[in-house]
Design a protein. Structure first.
Length: 359
């Protein structure tokens, strides 16, 4: 089931979250042999369709509910639980720091106590700063395990979101190197982390390290928050903070969600402008400012959905093409070859071969 994400308000459409982030969050629950179905049903989340997305508010609700049920803000992914309340104490410990550098240093020390499986550090050199998250033990035998992938995604987003809030401004990440292969939901990384998201798989049997780079001058920013601001910030946290997409990509998110909700109909730029109560020229300008284009968003959405459908379902290629709004299958074939360098049938055959070879 695909949850429609067109908002009732004409001001904006509700952003949504790729299913890959949901399955990663549930990995620890499954390891504990806990059935997540009751929680998912209560929140009207259907994980059967891996190509679907869910509204951000449902994702945040799932995040917080799992934390409470497990009494673990680490979702059961680590050797020891990160008890509920840890995030609040992390925030309180950083609040009195004079600068962002000191706040992050305190965060590193705190996480060493409550999350020993991942070592967090910050280093500065030649105008660049790096936030480093390193495994101190293997989180999973498979370096591309959904739980391991989510662990890095989650902690980086948690720390990045906290840093932005403490400084009272956006902290732009110049690049991030993730220690695993590109996941199926990697297109969202540009919306959450940075367009320069790279993937360097960890050597099998070894431990991996994530490196997020940003301008070192940002470490000298003063902390601008107080106790009153913290009370508001903690309302709905930590689930709320980990779902805040980069504000400088808001128009991209809104258009992507509207295009997805409109399928199999293909919405034009004029259609989108009408729904957003903006002129096509304004949308074009906003997308240029966000480093994107209407055509690019449409192509990326179709590509991501096509790859997921061909690798995760047995739906016919003609059906996939129709569901993605292609008037004829040949047009879908041509687009798919541009995306991947191979025909859809060959891509599916190759993917199925990988699954067969997996022990």
């Amino acid at each position: 089931m695909v949850h429609r994400t067109i908002a009732n308000s004409p001001q904006r459409s509700q952003a949504s979250v790729a299913m890959g982030f949901v399955t990663g969050m549930l990995a620890g629950v499954r390891r504990r042999q806990i059935d997540p179905a009751p929680i998912l049903d209560a929140l009207a989340i259907d994980i059967a369709d891996t190509a679907s997305r869910i509204p951000i508010d449902r994702y945040a609700a799932l995040y917080n509910r799992l934390n409470r049920q497990l009494d673990d803000e680490g979702f059961g992914l680590f050797a020891q639980p990160m008890r509920v309340g840890s995030f609040e104490f992390l925030c309180r410990g950083c609040l009195s720091a004079p600068t962002l550098a000191e706040a992050l240093a305190r965060a590193c020390r705190f996480l060493h106590v409550v999350l020993p499986d991942l070592a967090v550090s910050v280093r500065r050199s030649h105008g660049h700063a790096e936030l480093v998250i390193a495994e101190t033990r293997k989180l999973a035998e498979d370096t591309d395990d959904p739980g391991r992938v989510f662990a890095f995604e989650w902690l980086l987003r948690l720390l990045h979101g906290l840093a932005c809030w403490l400084a009272g401004r956006g902290i732009a990440l110049d690049s991030v190197i993730f220690p695993y292969r590109k996941p199926a939901h990697f297109a969202d990384y540009a919306l959450i982390f940075t367009a320069d998201s790279r993937f360097a798989p960890t050597v099998p049997g070894g431990t991996g390290t994530l490196v997020a780079s940003f301008n070192a001058n940002l470490l000298d920013l003063p902390i601008r928050r107080d106790e009153a601001a913290l009370t508001s910030f903690l309302d709905g946290a930590p689930g709320k903070i980990t779902t805040l997409y980069r504000r400088d990509r808001e128009m991209v998110i809104r258009i992507r969600d509207l295009l997805r909700a409109g399928l199999p109909d293909t919405l034009s730029l004029d259609d989108i402008a009408d729904r957003l109560h903006l002129s096509p020229r304004t949308i074009h300008r906003r997308l240029e400012e966000e480093g994107s284009s209407f055509r690019g968003i449409k192509d990326a959405l179709r590509r991501d959905m096509a790859l997921a459908r061909l690798s995760k379902t047995k739906d016919s290629i003609a059906q996939v093409a129709a569901d993605l709004g292609y008037a004829d299958t040949s047009a879908f074939y041509r687009a798919f070859v541009e995306w991947t360098g191979m025909a859809p049938v060959h891509y599916r055959r190759q993917w199925m071969g990988k699954l067969t070879d997996t022990p």
